[in-house]
Design a protein around this ligand. Structure first.
Ligand code: ADP
Ligand code: ASP
Ligand code: MG
Length: 417
């Protein structure tokens, strides 16, 4: 008998009918002789709807209350799923994050798990119950309800799998597995049978929504066998695992994109030691994550630099920059919003020169100019205008030989906010 953690995302539990299908799927696993601990997300777009509701009342919701609000979504689905399983004649119990012993730090809205004491989960397993845990939430070290950041139920599942020493963690979602790129953009994207933790981590961090980056980090650090598969079919999914030699021979394994990107440019900054430390220190103090930073050469004692941040942080960043005028000398700050970052990822890139140059060429052939670039051993990212995103991804996908022979995925586009 093995112990399996099964996680079902929002669209998998999007309606009463879907919840019933999930209940049946879990019972099937139980009947096959496995002990099941299940993690659920909020139903469908519930979390977005709760955010919208809050926006109708205030632009600046207190972080504590926001977590109180958002954590309710997962509690709806966990209780309904438990009821559905019990209705089908099996014993089940739903547990909130805090009942599951999930302790986090105090960073509301993006809390990190600090430890898990799964006593109640073990007790319920001993009693032969199917355990349903609310994803995305925990109890902070100061006793408040916390949430783990959007998409965080994946992280709940993998962290729990590590804590209870599960034999397998299965992430059930609305696509068949991890593809070479978002199959909703590229219809000939290839489903990958396996992918290394490193490559998956890069793809997730660079925007591939199929897995929450911290979930991959956990899986890698605790060696959790992780499978991404569909809750709508029984097709085999993608195994995320320790890298092997085969992968190194693939130059580019996947393409990811992030639509929440803006560029800020600071022009004619006085070139004295410590300027960058002052500017980026102030941005960090304001809680703004800076991604790519590019500085141009110095002319007449002044330099220009540009950096990318989340679109949603532009207003805050511009206030910080204006406040810096009293300590830092520069001519002007400009910004561009609604950009995207497109990235190619592959463990084989490190030993293959010319991969980045090819990316720049393919993008330029689409008549698109590149605004910022960043590279590491296994990825190259380019920031570009949003309006040509689809064409650029399609062209890169073909150029790196990733197109599948047959149409692999049939499904409608998924709107993301
Ligand atoms: P869930 O609600 O199950 O957590 P998500 O919407 O968070 O599902 O993640 C699944 C979605 O991730 C897919 O519908 C797909 O559009 C998107 N996606 C982006 N990149 C990839 C990729 N490389 N492989 C598979 N899916 C991807
Ligand atoms: N419900 C949360 C969200 O929509 C967490 C998750 O689905 O993983 O972000
Ligand atoms: Mg998700």
């Amino acid at each position: 008998m093995s112990l399996v953690v099964m996680k079902f995302g929002g669209s998998s539990v999007g309606s009463a009918e879907r919840i019933k299908k999930v209940a049946e799927r879990i019972i099937e696993k139980k009947r096959d002789g496995h002990q099941c601990v299940v993690v659920v997300s909020a139903m469908g777009d519930t979390t977005d709807e709760l955010v919208d509701l809050c926006k109708q009342l205030t632009d600046h919701p207190p972080a504590r209350e926001m977590d109180m609000l958002l954590s309710t979504g997962e509690q709806v689905s966990m209780s309904l799923l438990s009821m559905s399983i019990q209705h089908l004649g099996y014993t089940a119990i739903s547990l909130t994050g805090w009942q599951s012993g999930m302790t986090t730090d105090c960073n509301h809205g993006n809390a990190k798990i600090v430890n898990i004491k799964p006593n109640r989960i073990f007790k319920a397993i001993e009693e032969e119950k199917i355990v349903i845990v609310a994803g995305f939430q925990g109890l902070s070290e100061d006793g408040e309800i916390s949430t783990l950041g959007r998409g965080g139920s994946d992280t709940t599942a993998v962290a729990l799998a590590a804590a209870i020493n599960a034999d397998l963690c299965e992430i059930y979602t609305d696509v068949d597995g991890v593809y070479s790129t978002d199959p909703r953009i590229v219809r000939v994207a290839q489903k990958l049978d396996e992918i290394s933790y490193e490559e998956m981590l890069e793809l997730a961090q660079l925007g591939a929504a199929v897995l929450h980056p911290r979930a991959v980090e956990y899986a890698k650090n605790y060696n959790v066998p992780l499978v991404v598969r569909s809750s709508f079919s029984h097709r085999e999914g993608t195994l995320v695992m320790e890298g092997n030699a085969v992968e190194k021979s693939m130059v580019v394994r996947g393409i990811a994109y992030d639509k929440n990107v803006a560029r800020i440019s600071v022009l004619e900054v006085e070139d004295i030691p410590g300027i960058l430390a002052t500017v980026f220190g102030a941005l960090a103090d304001a809680g703004i994550d800076v991604d790519i930073i590019v500085q141009s050469g110095v002319r007449n004692g002044a330099a220009d630099f540009s950096f990318s941040i989340a679109n949603t942080d532009v207003e805050k960043a511009m206030i910080v920059m204006e406040e810096l005028r009293s300590t830092v000398t520069f001519r002007e700050v400009t910004y561009e919003t609604d950009l995207v970052k497109v990235s190619i990822v592959g463990a084989g890139m490190v030993s293959n020169p010319g991969v980045a140059a090819k990316m720049f060429r393919v993008i330029s052939e689409q008549g698109v100019s590149i605004k910022l670039v960043s590279t590491s051993e296994i990825k190259t990212s380019c920031v570009i205008d949003r309006d040509k995103l689809t064409e650029v991804i399609l062209a890169l996908h073909t150029a790196y030989g990733l197109d599948a022979n047959q149409q692999a995925f049939v499904g409608g586009p998924k709107e993301r906010r």
